[in-house]
Design a protein around this ligand. Structure first.
Ligand code: G6P
Length: 610
C-alpha cells in the first residue's frame, strides 16, 4: 500500500520518478506526488487521482534535477485530495518526506507540536512526521540524526524517504514494517517500495531489513540500523525482466496474467516434480525436513486470495499426508492468542510477502517457537526473509490488483507440498507417480480452457446487469467458490457470495429468485450427484444456473442454463482448472461494466497496513 521512490544519480530524476510511480501504481492510486531538488529549492507537485493526473501537471522538460522523491498513495489518514497527497514538508519548507505505513501515535505527537507553535495543512499522519523531523532538525542541525531521533519516538510502520534542501547531497531512507529496496547502480542509487521501480536502472538490489536505514548520495550508500549501528548487506540480482512488467499486447494486466497461467504453473513445478519417481524435491525445505516429518499439526495463515489457496492446501495435505491442517486468517490469528506448540509448523502464504497481518502472524508464530515457513511470490520480501525457510511460487510479477496467476501457482506449490509430505508419510510411490502425471498435464489443460473465452464473454454480457451472484461448490471446489465470488466483487463491484453448496439450504436459498445467477462448480468427484441435487433446488426456485463442469458431462446441460466445460483431472488439482473460467467471467463482467480492471476502487495489491 502506497509506493515510494527516491533517486540520486546522473539521470534526470523526473523521468525516473514518473516511471517508478507508474510501475508501482498498483500499490495505491488515490493520489500521486513528487518533490525534486531544483536549483537549491524543493519543488513539489502533487495531485489527487492516478499517476496520469499528476503527469498532466508535470512538464518533464522543465526539470533538470537529478535528485528527488515520489509517492503514490492508498489513503489511510485523510481523504484522497491534493492537500493530503504526499510529499509532505516541515514548517520551514526545508524538508520533504514520502511515507508508506501508519504512524499510530501521530495524534499525541501532533498535539505536542501544536503546543510548541507548529502548524499543519493536511489531515495525514505523514505530515506530523515531516514537521517532527523538521523540529528536531532545528535543534540538531543534522538531518540523519533528526530522522533517527524522530523514528525512535514513532509507534507504527514506515517506509520513509527524506529529502532536504539544506543537506542536498543525500536522500535518507528508513523502514519498519513497510518494505524498501535499494537499487545499486553505477554512480546512481534508488530507494523504492519494490523492485519494479528499480529494474529499469539496475538489477543489483539490497533488501533493507526492518529498522534499517539507507543513506544514498551520488558517491555511494551506507546502511545502518535506526539506532546507528552499521549493517552488512548482500547484493541480490532481480530475477524478473522488464518485459514482465509490460502488458505485452493485452488490454489489461489481469488478462495477461490469466493467460500466463500455463507457463507460471509450469515454472512452479519445474525442477521440483520428479515425476518418474513420484517424488518431490523442495530445496527450500531441506533444512526443515525433519520438523515437517515430525509435525503434529500444520497451520496455514494468509489473507485474501492467498487464504483461499490455503483452504485448498488444507484439503490436499490432509488427503495425501494425513497431517491435521488448520487455516487461519492472519488478521485473526495474530490477535487471538492462538494455542501453538513448538512442533507445529506454520505456513504463511503471500503473493507480495509484505501483507502486514500475515507478517505479524509470522512474528507471533515465531515468538511461540513454531517452525514458520513461507509460500511467497516476491523474492526478498519481508515474509520470505523472516520465515525459517520456504518455497517461492515463481509466478513472476503480478501487477493486476486482483490476484490470478499467483493463486494458481500457490495451488500448484501446495500440491507439491502435499505430495512431498505424503511421500514422507504413507503415500505409495505408485500413487505419487499418478498424481505427478496429473500435475504435468495441468498447463495444457489450462490452455484448452482458454478456447471457451468467447462463450464466457457472452455469459458475462448476458448477466452484467445482475446485482448479486452466488457461487457454490463442494469439497475442493468450495474454496474456488469463495475465490470466484471474490474476483467478481473486487473488479466488477457486483455483490457476490461464495458458499459450500450444501450450506445453501441454511440461508442463501432465501435469496434465490429469477434474478439471481448462481455459479455452480460441479466437476466430477464422489459428491457430484449431491451438487446436481443442489442445482435442481436452485432451478426449482427459478434461479439462473451457470455451471462449471467436466468435458463429457452430458447430464449437467439438462439442469443448468449455461455450462462452461473444463478438462477432467484428479479432485485435488481441480481448483487449478475450475478457477480459470471464474477469473475470466469476473474479467469479462468488469469489462462489460467498464471498470478500471487492473486498479479497482479502494483496493491495493499489497496491504502493508493492518
Ligand atoms: C490484497 C490483494 C489480494 C491479495 C491479498 C493478500 O487484498 O488485493 O489480491 O490476495 O491482499 O495479499 P498477499 O500478497 O499476502 O497474497
Amino acid at each position: 500500500m502506497c509506493g515510494i521512490v527516491g533517486y540520486i544519480g546522473n539521470r534526470k530524476v523526473i523521468n525516473v520518478l514518473m516511471n517508478g510511480l507508474k510501475r508501482m501504481e498498483y500499490r495505491g492510486y488515490d493520489s500521486a506526488g513528487i518533490c525534486v531538488l531544483e536549483n537549491d529549492d524543493l519543488i513539489t507537485l502533487k495531485k489527487k487521482g492516478k499517476v496520469s493526473e499528476l503527469e498532466s501537471l508535470v512538464d518533464e522538460s522543465s526539470f533538470d534535477s537529478t535528485i528527488g522523491i515520489a509517492h503514490t498513495r492508498w489513503a489511510t489518514h485523510g481523504f484522497p485530495n491534493d492537500i493530503n497527497a504526499h510529499p509532505h514538508s516541515d514548517n520551514s519548507g526545508n524538508i520533504s518526506i514520502v511515507h508508506n505505513g501508519i504512524i499510530e501515535n501521530y495524534m499525541s505527537l501532533k498535539q505536542g507540536l501544536i503546543q510548541s507553535g507548529y502548524t499543519f495543512k493536511s489531515d495525514t499522519d505523514t505530515e506530523v512526521l515531516a514537521v517532527y523531523i523538521g523540529a528536531l532538525y532545528e535543534k540538531t542541525n543534522d538531518l540523519e540524526h533528526a530522522v533517527r531521533l524522530a523514528l525512535s519516538e514513532v509507534v507504527g510502520t514506515f517506509g520513509l524517504l527524506v529529502l532536504s534542501k539544506t543537506e542536498p547531497e543525500k536522500i535518507i531512507g528508513a523502514r519498519r514494517g513497510s518494505p524498501m529496496v535499494l537499487g545499486v547502480g553505477d554512480d546512481e542509487y534508488i530507494l523504492a517500495s519494490d523492485a519494479t521501480a528499480i529494474i529499469q536502472y539496475t538489477k543489483q538490489v539490497i533488501y533493507l531489513s526492518d529498522n534499517e536505514m539507507a543513506i544514498i548520495s551520488k558517491d555511494g550508500f551506507t546502511t545502518k540500523t535506526i539506532d546507528n549501528k552499521a549493517t552488512k548487506n548482500t547484493i541480490h540480482e532481480i530475477e524478473f525482466n522488464i518485459e514482465q512488467l509490460e502488458k505485452g499486447g493485452y488490454e489489461h494486466f489481469m488478462l495477461k496474467e490469466i493467460f500466463e497461467q500455463p507457463t507460471t504453473i509450469q515454472d512452479a513445478f519445474t525442477g521440483r516434480l520428479l515425476a518418474d519417481k513420484g517424488n518431490i524435491k523442495l530445496g527450500g525445505l531441506s533444512v526443515v525436513s525433519e520438523k515437517l516429518r515430525n509435525a503434529k499439526r500444520i497451520i496455514i495463515t494468509a489473507c485474501g486470495t492467498s487464504w483461499h489457496a490455503g483452504l485448498v492446501g488444507e484439503y490436499m495435505i490432509e488427503q495425501l499426508a494425513g497431517i491435521p491442517v488448520e487455516v487461519e486468517y492472519a488478521s485473526e490469528f495474530r490477535y487471538r492468542n492462538p494455542v501453538l506448540y513448538p512442533d507445529d509448523v506454520v505456513f504463511a502464504i503471500s503473493q507480495s510477502g509484505e501483507t502486514a497481518d500475515t507478517l505479524a502472524a509470522v512474528h507471533e508464530a515465531k515468538q511461540k517457537g513454531c517452525t514458520v515457513l513461507g509460500i511467497v511470490n516476491v523474492v526478498g520480501s519481508s515474509i520470505a526473509r523472516e520465515t525459517d525457510a520456504g518455497i517461492y511460487i515463481h509466478a513472476g510479477p503480478e501487477i493486476g490488483v486482483a490476484s490470478t496467476k499467483a493463486f494458481t501457482s500457490q495451488l500448484a506449490v501446495l500440491s507439491l507440498l502435499a505430495l512431498y509430505l505424503g511421500r514422507m508419510k504413507n503415500l505409495s510411490q505408485l500413487d505419487g507417480k499418478k498424481i505427478a502425471q496429473e500435475i504435468l498435464q495441468i498447463p495444457d489443460k489450462i490452455k484448452s480452457i482458454f478456447d471457451h473465452s468467447d462463450e464466457i464473454r457472452a455469459i458475462a454480457k448476458e448477466y452484467s446487469s445482475a446485482k448479486n451472484f452466488i457461487y457454490l461448490g463442494r469439497g475442493y471446489n468450495f474454496p474456488v467458490a469463495l475465490e470466484g465470488a471474490l474476483k467478481l466483487k473486487e473488479i466488477s463491484y457486483i455483490h457476490a457470495e461464495g458458499y459450500p453448496a450444501a450450506e445453501m439450504k441454511h440461508g442463501p436459498i432465501a435469496l434465490i429468485d429469477e434474478n439471481m445467477p448462481v455459479v455452480f462448480i460441479a466437476t466430477h468427484d464422489e459428491i457430484y450427484h449431491k451438487i446436481i441435487s443442489n442445482i435442481e433446488e436452485v432451478r426449482a426456485r427459478k434461479g439462473k444456473v451457470i455451471a462449471i463442469a467436466n468435458e463429457g458431462d452430458t447430464e449437467i446441460a439438462r439442469v443448468a442454463n449455461h455450462v462452461i466445460y473444463i478438462p477432467e483431472t484428479i479432485p485435488m488439482l481441480t481448483p487449478i482448472l475450475s478457477v480459470i473460467p471464474l477469473q475470466l467471467l469476473a474479467y469479462y463482467m468488469a469489462l462489460e461494466l467498464d471498470r478500471t480492471i487492473d486498479q479497482p476502487r479502494n483496493l491495493a495489491k499489497s496491504v502493508t497496513v493492518e
